[in-house]
Design a protein around this ligand. Sequence first.
Ligand SMILES: [Fe+2]
Ligand SMILES: [Fe+2]
Length: 300
Amino acid sequence: MYHDFNYETALASSLRAQWQLDDVLGANQELDFSRNFMPESLARTAAIESLNPFEQRILNQISAHQYLTIFGIVEEFILPFLVDHARPALRGDDYRIRALLNFATEEAKHIHLFKRFHDAFVRGFPVPCWTIGPSEAIGVKVLSHDPLAVGLVILMIEWMTQQHYLGSIRDDGDLDPLFKSLMKHHWMEEAQHAKLDTLIVDALAEGRSEFEIDQAIDDVFEIATFLDEGFKMQAGLNLDALEQAIGRTVDRDSILPQQHQAARWTYLGSGMVHERFEATLKAMSPRAARRIAEAAPIFA
Ligand SMILES: [Fe+2]
Ligand SMILES: [Fe+2]
């Protein structure tokens, strides 16, 4: 076995790590708009030379708004996926069903937390920021694929949140402490989700032929391409908000592809290259691992 994860230990660790919404952000608490919200390793806004430092910070905050809405979107397909997966397990192993239901409860809490941060953002930011959606339609589209492919995409997302927190503590003393705390608390619970999702993916892959796994990887690429089109659209919407907030037009031809690439890394690439995600792929099929590794540089 390539890991030692099990439902009993993951459940026990989850229950120990649990927090409440108010531990992270009170309903009326305000964000500090004089600071960046996103680590530079994800937002890549300080690298844009055609923007002055104030404008870079505004775009960094818009990038954080994107983070809140993209995670809102992905959590909304993670939740029904988990509920569907838990339903047939109701009468099985007690630790398994409790771990799966607890996983679902935590994701519902994360949706709530991201909404609370979103409300605080809207209260403090000078212009409206538009987002792709509706999230329900995006969720339906993602969930129309092979469950193994959806499970793999979710596993990628769970591992990427580990990477995001590590990135945010590593490179930024200047971040808004509440956003930093959001990353930290999400990281704390996602650490167990990643283990549980590994077990879910193992179960979904069991007994599949090489051909069937190959088809699931095709579906992973379809989902990634679909999401990536959304990220490109979102990069355009982000620049609309930036121009409105700073009262001038910007060099969209250079900034849009650069910000699209930042989103590719944040929401796909940073999970694709995670060693634990690679380990799951390799155990399932070395060919699947190779196909994902070959595509990863597009999302770097
Ligand atoms: Fe989550
Ligand atoms: Fe999660």
